[in-house]
Write a protein that binds this ligand. Structure first.
Ligand code: ZN
Length: 151
């Protein structure tokens, strides 16, 4: 989405919520070029890519859902709400920039997992357990050693 002030093409989404009538998405964006902020009203599925769920259902990207999953993964860890919010913003920008209109939810999950790995091994392990539906001990052991590698 272009900056309305300076025309810079890469702007960051800082907030995103459904519009009052529910048929559009209201996005608050910030421009790294001129530092100004502006609001856009976008049609879901028109500009933003559609997320393809594991069971094949399609849905627009949901920032709140991602934030909730991150909060769960980072519970009681020394990671601030601001940091999580910024991470969601980064993911959202990445999703928006994606050239393919349909994105698998697994792909997005992998991006989040990679970002969490940099942040905290425990957050990474918790998130990946849910994301990859890990239930057996052997796979969990592998995941833990993966999370802590290089520590
Ligand atoms: Zn600008």
């Amino acid at each position: 989405m272009k900056c309305v002030y300076c025309g810079q093409t890469r702007t960051q989404v800082i907030d995103s919520r459904p519009g009052r009538e529910g048929n559009h998405i209201r996005r608050r964006r910030s421009c790294p070029g001129c530092g100004r902020r502006f609001t856009t009203f976008e049609q879901p599925g028109e500009k933003g890519p559609v997320v393809v769920k594991r069971d094949g259902r399609l849905e627009p990207f949901n920032r709140d859902k991602m934030l909730a999953a991150l909060r769960k993964a980072c519970a009681k860890l020394p990671i601030s709400e601001t940091r999580l919010d910024r991470l969601v913003g980064q993911m959202e920008s990445r999703i928006q920039r994606h050239q393919y209109r349909r994105l698998r939810s697994e792909t997005i999950g992998d991006w989040v997992a990679a970002a969490l790995k940099e942040l905290h091994p425990v957050a990474y392990i918790r998130y990946t357990m849910v994301h990859r539906h890990i239930e057996d001990l052997e796979t969990l052991r592998e995941l833990v050693s993966e999370g802590f590698e290089g520590e």
